[in-house]
Design a protein around this ligand. Sequence first.
Ligand code: ADP
Ligand code: MG
Length: 678
Amino acid sequence: MNTYSDIKYIKGVGPKMAENLNKCGIFNVLDLLLYFPRDYENISVHKSVLECMDGEKVIVECSVLNILRDIRLKNNKTLSTIVFCQGDNKFKGKWFNQMYAKNSFKISSKYIITGKVNIFKNEITIMNPKIVKNTSMDTNKIIAKYPIKKNVTNNFFNKIISDVLCNIEIVDNLPEWIVKKYCFCSLSDATHNIHSPKNIELLNKSKKRLKFQELFTYSLKILMLKEFMKDHNAGIQFKIAPELIVLKQQLPFELTKAQSKVVREILIDQKRDKAMNRLLQGDVGSGKTIVAIITMFNVVKNGYQAALMAPTEILAKQHYEEIQNVLKNFSLNIQILSGSTTPKNKQLIKQELKNGVIDIVVGTHALIEDNVEFNNLGMIVTDEQHRFGVSQRNRFSNKGKNIDILVMTATPIPRTLSLYLYGDLDVSIIDELPPGRQKIDTSYESMGSSSKVYEFAIKEIMKGRQVYIVCPLVVENEEMKLSSVEMLYEKLKKGQFKFIEIGMIYGKMPSKLKNEIMDKFKSGEIKALISTTVIEVGVNVPNATVMIIENSERFGLAQLHQLRGRVGRGQYKSYCILLANIKNKIVRRRLEVLIKSNDGFYIAEEDLKTRGAGELFGIKQHGESGLILADVIEDIDILKLANKEAKQLIQSDNIEDMRLKDEIIEKIEKSSSYICFN
Ligand code: ADP
Ligand code: MG
């Protein structure tokens, strides 16, 4: 067995289980070893049952004194009971609806058992006791808890991972001088202890080593990339097209100072003989799209093609319409390519992209399919970058030679962090909103007051405005008492919104239906739109003035800010009402950040205090970053060290270090010449 052995050949994993594991993203032994526990359970080993505390999970030694007869309870459950003893101390073991559990025990025999303690009126009970074999009674146990998915239990993970660990040799991969300098444990020890920790101290030591390792590799990648780009970033020298002046006069509005500044920065990049790699940050509604349009226009007027990729179909369509509108007097060929483009049209568009008839193409990830080829692509723009994985972007940038890349995002990233995260990128920031925007009136209400809130929404609708209602779930979930799109839609349709046209929309809906509903909302036919966060990014319906968010406590602040940004886009006074469990002080305090501030940067920083950066910027979801345990904010101190040592390694002329460096370069060259992220 080696780290790349397919999971299905491991003992104890049949084809069926292999499929289940695949669903957890586990395909080979390495994936399995990198499937880290999400938490740990501490099991106390007690010599005497009297040491047990209520609610604690314990391991105790005992003998069976008596096995009682099962009792049928009023609620139709069956209660089985065994009386255990430890010297003179008696306690009970109980099971509900598990009539066979007690059969593993014999009167007068000795066992080591484990279970959760319940103490009531000085009487000790262990619930659902299980026999543990092959265990010593000398130290407390720490049991890994894995993020489990359907059909794969925690026990299974624990068993299979410990089997694998017994049969595999793990070779260290950090330079020896680093391991020595920081007194890190070996990679092998770290891997063993992250999965089945001998004690808390070793667990913490392992975590530290693994986090360092992740951040070190991450830093190396970024630094190497920077070096690599120095030699490989020849670019197209675009001219400043005279038509830009005409376009500027025809814009539907005057650019803000910040927009003009950013347009200038991009045009300067375009003029240089180096390829542009720029990140454009700007709060929701700051007007990033027009910047993309103007600069794409310049590329087109230089005789090249430009492409814009959006994360959702709704957004792609919206951009397409805006581009067509802004550039309507220039007789350009502008097309949209997305999931719902008919096969016939798709074929035609692909043909025209290839022979250069199309000037600008807008699309979703359909744009990066292998058979989409360009005649002479000069610039690509990806909107809302945090929604795309790195590999997707890479595939896109490989569609042309030396193309300029602009990545736009509304998620503000604090400067200190962007230096480490996007070390090789230039950053432009739009730090002002277009004039005349009114502050969105933001407030919170308890979930119980929702009908009052809907009443308010109806009043706005009567004035001719429109409303969004966002829920955390699509369908109802019995365990979590949260609003779901379907349930709320049914409820409102029959109830308060009986005489009002409403619609619902969520990510998994067929695209055709999604487009239809979105069109109806845009045209004003649908007055209230009940949705999930699919509408979070970029959607622009200026007539919508009320944003109601159900169970707001379920969302991050930055996300709530994005959602709020869907209203207040026109001339009308707008409102954002956060329904939440406001009895909870922490919830109230978080929501107050939004009520107080409209500044995306400030809100993101506050959000960082309560949530990890990985979660906030979607870094972790992208497996490509290699960050599993480490969080760039929480572990910023480790990140700084890792960065320092990575620089050291790059400069080192030690043979072993040089070999390691070459390995990384090779990986970079293989994947793409344009990995700008992670
Ligand atoms: P975002 O940065 O969130 O992507 P958009 O590009 O969608 O923002 O712009 C938001 C809205 O503001 C759009 O309706 C756009 O037409 C409008 N807008 C952009 N720039 C200006 C401006 N300088 N003056 C007035 N309105 C503008
Ligand atoms: Mg946008």
